[in-house]
Design a protein around this ligand. Structure first.
Ligand SMILES: [Zn+2]
Length: 469
């Protein structure tokens, strides 16, 4: 946590490269200089809160078991195709073959966890244009690690990958569709998170206050059908969705200089105000996993493409998508073939397990910290318009494990929150001599363990354009 991080970004990039960081910070703190054509805000002392360190014992990169991730992907590729309209009954080929391998892997993981996971094979019927509008059977797999806190256990953080695959023809359930990257890689990340976070004994990281759900789902290529079902299932169980981390195409990193940062897509929200629940989840993940590991993309997805997080985003729930830094379209949604010396198809040999292991670590650590945090505040209100002071108030459930709340603010043009102050438990706060108009504001809960909830922004009072009421 660095309250001045975003402030430092106000310097033009070329300049920060030339000045050592300390000098740049001193320049910022002593105030004359680049940003000083604006009045200081607040005019006197800026609060300098003592911030709690984040929870200890983070998931370490060397804990990630790349060998098991590779082994699972090899098994999934060996199913030939995992198309959702292929066989669910043949143990050697098709979607059922994939389901069997994933269930077997989860059972191994569950044994290592001391049977802490509840494994669910959710069988459902679904329909859509890509099932020929006919009801067809599909299956999802969920491994649930129940939260330790009676109240917070009703909140679930989900990590997910889709195990179905396709070739050039989205309706072809017969020909090979290895789908090593799209999306056996995401399934491997989700399962590795299950292993890292459920491990028993000294190697374990828990207990976690909120519930974690590790998912491998079907039907993505037929129109996000498995994700729609998962959202329905989670809501039927009575969970509040704390966040949904979709990992889709996270296995390859072919550009020179790998491993690079993984891209993290989040939609802006209807008002394009950059403060949707999905955006706040993305910011929280970036802050946990670090800017050196996460490249936030303020866009719901790549142009013309979709993913399982979209179902959650569209429902107003926090859902984000991890995707590799530079996609090679010759290796996605392509029937295996060679044309004019160019190989097409989504094969094992293009994967980079150093990169994929990084993605697994980033997901696991984000899930760990989010599930250790107190509940976020709610009913956040900003008032004090046309007065010298901005005022915030909010509500939050009683929680003896909460240390207080961080008051966050940012320039309206800045992508990241900064901490303004850290009051101990209170449900209102006055930012003396701070305008309501020049910054955006948010509040998040902070646990005594240092874990932060996802931030909750205030309503900025922005108005829809005429005709959009
Ligand atoms: Zn995909």
């Amino acid at each position: 946590m660095n309250a001045f991080r975003a402030g430092n970004r106000q310097f033009p990039h070329a300049l920060t490269l030339q000045i050592p960081l300390v000098a740049a910070l001193a320049c910022f703190l002593s105030a004359p200089g680049l940003a000083q054509s604006d009045p200081a805000e607040p005019p006197q002392a800026h609060p300098a809160p003592k911030l709690l360190a984040r929870p200890g014992r983070p998931v370490a990169r060397q804990e990630v078991d790349e060998k098991s991730m590779r082994a699972l992907i090899e098994q999934l590729v060996a199913c030939g195709t995992r198309h959702s309209l292929s066989s669910w009954g043949d143990p050697a080929r098709g979607a059922g073959c994939a389901r069997d391998h994933i269930l077997a892997r989860l059972q191994e993981i569950n044994k290592q966890s001391g049977e802490k996971l509840k494994i669910v094979n959710d069988k459902f019927e679904t329909t859509g244009p890509r099932t020929g509008n006919k009801p067809v059977p599909m299956e999802n797999i969920y491994a649930v690690l129940a939260g330790s806190d009676p109240a917070l256990a009703k909140t679930v953080f989900i990590v997910s990958g889709h195990f179905d695959s396709r070739n050039s023809d989205p309706l072809d359930p017969t020909m090979d569709a290895p789908g090593a990257d799209d999306d056996a890689s995401g399934v491997a990340v989700s399962m590795e998170c299950a292993r890292l976070l459920s491990r028993a004994g000294a190697a374990g990281h828990g207990p976690y206050r909120a519930t974690l759900l590790f998912a491998a789902i079907s039907g993505e290529e037929q129109g996000l059908l498995g994700s729609s079902r998962m959202l329905e299932w989670v809501q039927q169980q009575g969970y509040t969705i704390g966040g949904m981390l979709d990992n889709d195409i996270v296995g390859s990193d072919p550009a020179a200089g790998a491993p690079h940062r993984v891209r993290l897509f989040s939609g802006s929200g209807e008002m394009d105000d950059s403060d949707s629940p999905s955006r706040e989840l993305a910011r929280a993940i970036e802050e946990i996993a670090g800017e050196t590991n996460i490249r936030m993309i303020f866009n719901v997805d790549r142009l013309g493409r979709g993913g399982d997080h979209y179902v959650f985003y569209k429902a107003g729930q926090p859902g984000v998508r991890f995707t590799e830094p530079l996609e090679d379209y010759r290796h996605q949604h392509q029937t295996l073939r060679t044309e004019n010396g160019v190989e097409y198809g989504d094969q094992m040999k293009y994967l980079n397990f150093t990169f994929m292991g990084n993605v697994a670590r980033d997901n696991a650590e984000a899930l760990r910290q989010l599930s250790l945090a107190p509940a976020p505040p709610s009913q956040l209100k900003l008032s004090g318009g046309v007065t010298p002071d901005a005022k915030l108030d909010w509500t939050a459930p009683e929680d003896p494990e909460r240390a207080g709340f961080e008051i966050l603010w940012r320039e309206t043009t800045s992508p990241r929150w900064r901490v303004y102050d850290f009051p101990a438990a209170t449900a209102e706060f006055v930012l003396k001599s701070v305008s309501t108009d020049n910054h955006f504001f948010a509040v998040r809960s902070v646990g005594k363990n240092g874990a932060r909830s996802v931030a909750v922004p205030t309503d900025t009072g922005r108005r829809l354009p005429p005709g959009r009421q």
